[in-house]
Structures are given as structure tokens and as C-alpha cells.
Write a protein of this length. Structure first.
Length: 241
């Protein structure tokens, strides 16, 4: 007689995924850093060539890099992480992003050095685009690490004094501190990699980068407010003071 079918057999064991939004925010934060650093390999100029004029107003060329439209999102996500989870959790996310950028640089270096197949005709184009990535990576890592840590530390220090009040003050204040350090460090290292060779273009690059990133964060403050409020409300472990 065969043994009865075991209907009480236990299922395989798996770990439980927590309900925290922290992993999602860290993943978005890291992806933003990786993509914006790749986009930054292209130098961008608005109103290039001769200076334009609109009556008494002179429009000078605006020099930046291809990551200008995405990189501010990294600071917005950094603000959310710092505001909701505190400095230690934000620092952990920053270090994870740091590691992802190093991994990307290593992979691009290996990719360029691998022997090309006979039918592959884009080796030099590939080298031109991602070959400068190590220098941009160094710029991104240095600026990002200092800027993000200062941004997070400033926001948390202000929150220690203001608690849940004056969110706008800590968001803007931390952005100004972080972006000044980040932009100056990044532009100083990356300028030559994207073709900036004159002092005027460098100053333009720094000023435009800082003003643009700061203005973007100010403009999207209503969105940042809503995201922070949503995460605080749905984060089981968040207990406002």
C-alpha cells in the first residue's frame, strides 16, 4: 500500500520583504546618479557662437553638460532620504551610489579594452564617449560624495532645531550648501574632459550648474513636499516629534 499523499508539506522558506520605501528610493537615487554621469560625457551649449542680444539685454552662451536635466533629481531624492530616514540611512544610500559609480567605471574600462570583433566599427566612437568616463567619474564621485554628505548633514542639523516645521528652510538651505560644494568640485575636474578650456567657459559652467540645480529644486518644492508627506505617512516606523 502506497503512503498517503502528504498534504501538510511545508512550503520553501523565503525572507520577507519589508514595507519600507527606503529600498525603492535608494534604487532610484543610484539609477539617477549612474544615468546622469553617463549623460554628462556630452558638453552642451545653448546659444552658442556669437552673443545674441534682445534690445539692451545680452544673451551669453550657456555652457553645461548633458546630465543637467537629470542630476537635480539625485538631490531631491537625497533630501527625501535625509528628511524621512535621517543622516545614517542617507549616508548608507550615498555610499551605495558611490559603489555603483565605481562599478560602472570598471565595466566601461573593461568594455573599451576588450578586443573588437572584425565587424564592429564603432570602437573609436565608443572610446570617445565612455573613454572620458573615468575622469568624469572622478569628478562625479568627488563632487557627489562631498555635496551629498553636506546636503544630508545640513538638512538633518536644521531639522534637529526645527523638528517638523519649516521644511522649506532645510530643503533650500541644504541644497545651497551641497550644490555649491558639488558643482565647484565636479566642474573643476570635469571641465577638461568635456572640452572646456577657457576661464570664461569654466566660470560659465560653474555658475550655470549651481544656479540651474538650485532653481530646479526650488521650483519642484511642491512635488518634494508631497513625496515627503506621502513617505512619512506610509512609512510604518516614522514617528514625527
Amino acid at each position: 500500500m502506497s503512503a498517503p499523499h502528504d498534504t501538510d508539506r511545508e512550503h520553501a522558506t523565503f525572507a520577507h520583504v519589508g514595507r519600507s520605501y527606503y529600498p525603492i528610493l535608494v534604487a532610484l537615487f543610484t539609477a539617477t546618479l549612474l544615468i546622469s554621469n553617463i549623460c554628462a560625457t556630452k558638453g552642451v551649449a545653448f546659444f552658442p557662437g556669437e552673443d545674441l542680444s534682445l534690445g539692451p539685454v545680452q544673451i551669453l552662451p550657456i555652457i553645461t553638460d548633458g546630465g543637467f536635466f537629470l542630476f537635480p533629481l539625485a538631490y531631491i531624492l537625497g533630501d527625501v532620504l535625509s528628511e524621512v530616514y535621517g543622516f545614517k540611512a542617507a549616508r548608507r544610500a550615498i555610499y551605495l551610489g558611490f559603489g555603483a559609480l565605481i562599478l560602472a567605471a570598471l565595466c566601461f574600462w573593461i568594455l573599451v579594452e576588450l578586443p573588437s570583433a572584425e565587424f564592429y566599427e564603432n570602437q573609436e566612437a565608443l572610446r570617445t564617449v565612455v573613454g572620458v568616463y573615468p575622469r568624469l567619474l572622478a569628478a562625479g564621485l568627488a563632487g557627489y560624495l562631498v555635496g551629498q554628505l553636506l546636503n544630508s548633514a545640513t538638512l538633518v542639523l536644521i531639522k534637529e532645531r526645527t523638528k517638523e516645521k519649516h521644511l522649506w528652510a532645510r530643503l533650500i538651505g541644504s541644497t545651497v550648501v551641497g550644490e555649491i560644494a558639488d558643482t565647484l568640485i565636479f566642474c573643476s575636474i570635469a571641465a577638461g574632459a568635456i572640452g572646456i578650456s577657457t576661464w570664461d567657459d569654466f566660470v560659465n559652467y560653474v555658475v550655470v550648474g549651481f544656479v540651474w540645480k538650485t532653481l530646479v529644486e526650488i521650483v519642484v518644492l511642491p512635488v518634494t513636499y508631497r513625496v515627503i508627506a506621502y513617505v512619512k505617512k506610509h512609512e510604518p516606523t516614522y514617528n514625527p516629534a
